[in-house]
Design a protein around this ligand. Structure first.
Ligand SMILES: [Zn+2]
Length: 540
């Protein structure tokens, strides 16, 4: 059986200005249907209302044959998503998004009779508060392209939403079908680009995702509808909107011809399976949610304790926030029963909402520490997220330092040793590296933003939610191409995989700093030495 290459085709259907773009969306939807392929049409609320105003029920019924996603209510009309969220905290931001964008979702439900399967931001208007709103709206897939977050170039979970947002290497690629479709030589070049991505996935044994997107309006226009009306922070009044330049009928025909040929080309490739956003949600279902993790599995997830990241055990990925939840659950039950539980039930908490640094690194009694674990556990149960800090003897401790300390206490407890004093140690959340400063900065160059637009609060909030980040893998439950060539095995190739204690568990180390630390650890292990002596370094 050949390696699986998932191909997701998505269409940002947003141009409510140009009536000809309605025909483009219809024709693309029909071409897909004729080829027996389902695409994902991410609709803008104003576009849906424009289709109604223009009586284009033929376009609506052509799109209805496909998966329907959401692409905000008014896309590039200012303030755009990142503009109105840039100074808001998580909960306030969520409320603002729901208030401004809820209308378009209601219109999709009313006109298409479905709830959107996915969301993607307009242009480079990415913001972390949106994820909270998506959870409330029951939209569980984020399908787009962004440089803001990158988790090893693969699909990933973030705030409980499946992200297909940045793909590279053996895990796939994102390919855009731009205005140039239909030009001399373009199809050749596009097929070469696809082949390169396809072959990389196949060589690595698959599965991978090739995410291919288009804006239907680009098949009929020569410039973007929003660039001519909303560039650089400018708002053209809605009754004075300018039309973009249109392509000639010959150019339009050539574009659709290229699209049809490309579709047939992709379809002819062995192992290709066309999927929609809804399919991705099913295929990449999270195997960790609500799962019971054994005492040994949790011990493996907590090792090494100083460096916190998403980790893998038994082929299942767990976020740093999930690890935090499980360890405070386990340690707080020691208070009640006197021993670690044989297993703990996972849940998926969000990260903290605010950044608090530890005020000090005190010694506390074991009992004081276990009580603080109970407080943290109750906070998570009540709020569904990690606390911004945990208090120990009136001193604020950051969640990362608290987790690293809890990991040491857990590992000692599970090895049967018990010191009466616990020293708070420093921890690092390495998964924060998935939020890219440079990627964010490049996103703010989007032509629609005002000149010199910056939104560093979005980066800081996004880094806090990196606690929730972890790779997404094709599900065991789904049973697709999962026998020997699964994502977690693929993930291990070319990266350091570490045997930690139990022979069936491995920790994967994520950021460069962790890789260095882990290399040392492996060398020590090979030399038969214990690399980190928790007792001597951290406890007394
Ligand atoms: Zn768009």
């Amino acid at each position: 059986m050949e390696p699986k290459v998932y191909v997701v085709l998505w269409f940002d259907t947003e141009d409510f200005v140009t009536p000809e773009s309605d025909d483009a969306a219809k024709r693309l939807a029909e071409l897909l249907s004729l080829n027996g392929v389902r695409g994902t049409f991410k609709l803008v609320g104003e576009k849906v209302r424009a289709l109604e105003r223009r009586g284009r029920y033929d376009v609506i019924s052509a799109i209805k044959q496909h998966d329907v996603g959401y692409h905000t209510d008014r896309h590039s009309v200012h303030p755009v998503v990142a503009e109105y969220l840039k100074d808001l905290e998580m909960e306030r931001g969520k409320e603002e998004f729901l208030k401004r964008e809820g209308r378009g979702i209601d219109d999709i439900k009313r006109v298409f009779g479905v709830s959107p399967s996915c969301y993607g931001q307009p242009g480079d208007s990415w913001a972390p508060q949106v994820y909270l709103a998506l959870r409330d709206l029951g939209i569980t897939v984020y399908l787009d392209e962004s440089n803001f977050i990158d988790l090893d170039g693969g699909p990933f979970w973030y705030c409980g939403i499946l992200n297909v947002l940045k793909l590279s290497g053996a895990k796939g690629r994102i390919i855009g079908l731009p205005f140039e479709m239909g030009q001399e030589g373009f199809l050749d070049q596009l097929e070469k680009e696809f082949d390169a991505a396809y072959e990389e996935v196949v060589r690595a044994g698959g599965p991978g995702i090739i995410s291919i997107y288009n804006h239907p309006t680009t098949l009929v226009t020569e410039e973007f509808w929003d660039a001519v009306n909303f560039a650089r922070g400018r708002n053209t009044p809605l009754d004075q909107l300018k039309l973009p330049r249109l392509k000639s009928p010959q150019q339009v025909e050539a574009g659709f011809k290229d699209f049809d040929s490309f579709l047939k080309y992709v379809k002819s490739k062995p192992g290709v399976e066309f999927v929609t956003a809804s399919d991705l949600k099913r295929i990449f279902a999270d195997a960790a949610s609500d799962r019971d993790f054994s005492r040994d599995e949790l011990a493996a997830l907590l090792n090494p304790p100083e460096l916190i990241s998403y980790r893998e055990v038994g082929g299942i990925w767990v976020s740093a926030a999930e690890i935090f939840w499980m360890v405070v659950q386990a340690l707080s039950s020691v208070l009640e029963t006197g021993a670690l539980p044989s297993s703990v039930k996972n849940k998926y908490p969000l990260g903290p909402y605010g950044e608090v640094r530890s005020e000090a690194f005190p010694y506390v009694t074991r009992r004081e520490f276990l009580s603080a674990c109970l407080t943290a556990r109750e906070f998570i149960e009540a709020n569904g997220r990690l606390p911004d800090f945990v208090e120990l003897k009136g001193v604020k401790i950051s969640p990362e330092d608290f987790l690293s300390t809890a990991a040491l206490v857990y590992l000692e407890e599970s090895s049967g040793k018990r010191a009466e004093l616990v020293k708070v140690v420093e921890g690092t959340v390495a998964s924060k590296a998935c939020v890219r400063y440079l990627g964010a900065k490049s996103a703010w160059n989007w032509v629609i933003f005002p000149d010199h637009f910056e939104a560093w609060n979005l980066v800081e909030l996004a880094r806090l939610q990196a606690w929730t980040a972890k790779p997404a893998t094709a599900s065991l439950r789904e049973g697709v191409a999962r026998d020997t060539q699964d994502w977690s095995l693929q993930n291990k190739q070319g990266s350091l995989a570490l045997q930690s204690g139990s022979p069936v568990t491995r920790n994967r180390i994520e950021c460069p700093a962790m890789v260095v630390a882990d290399t040392w650890r492996q060398l020590f292990t090979l030399a038969g030495l214990a690399p980190f002596s928790f007792k001597s370094v951290n406890r007394r």
